[in-house]
Design a protein around this ligand. Structure first.
Ligand SMILES: [Zn+2]
Length: 135
């Protein structure tokens, strides 16, 4: 008999911000969604057999979404979160900002003037050098 997945992972609840569009009013909203982060344990529990060992070797940390639906903040309709967003492998997330950080960056970026279409040539060093080196 194989071990249950729960014996192989440590579960930790985690809130993540998700951005979803309401199917009724088409408005986008940010929602706090409950997830559980499953981190592979450091070692196999006692009683593991060969099959468990093989399975354990292939396991990856992942996030599992617990919330199935959200209630639209604009019109109050309850709608399902798209199911393709229900499981994420942590190694796929590595190096990516989470949704919250991403949104913040987008907001910040949109508040600034657009960069010029062509990069200006860098100023000669004499214009940018700090006064400490100035003689
Ligand atoms: Zn709505």
């Amino acid at each position: 008999m194989g071990l249950d997945e729960r014996a192989l992972f440590n579960d930790r609840p985690e809130m993540r911000i998700g951005r979803y569009q309401c199917p009724r009013c088409k408005r986008n909203g940010e929602y706090s969604i409950r997830w559980v982060r499953r981190s592979k344990k450091d070692r196999l529990p006692p009683g593991a057999d060969e099959q468990d060992r093989a399975k354990f070797a292939k396991l990856r940390d992942y996030l599992l979404r617990l919330d199935e639906d959200v209630t639209c903040k604009a019109c109050g309709k309850k709608f399902e979160i798209p199911s393709q967003h229900s499981l994420m492998f942590v190694d796929q997330l590595a190096g990516l900002p989470n949704d919250e950080d991403l949104e913040r960056e987008i907001t910040q970026a949109s508040g600034e003037p657009d960069p010029p279409p062509e990069a200006k040539p860098a100023l000669p060093a004499r214009f940018t050098r700090k006064s400490s080196g100035w003689k």
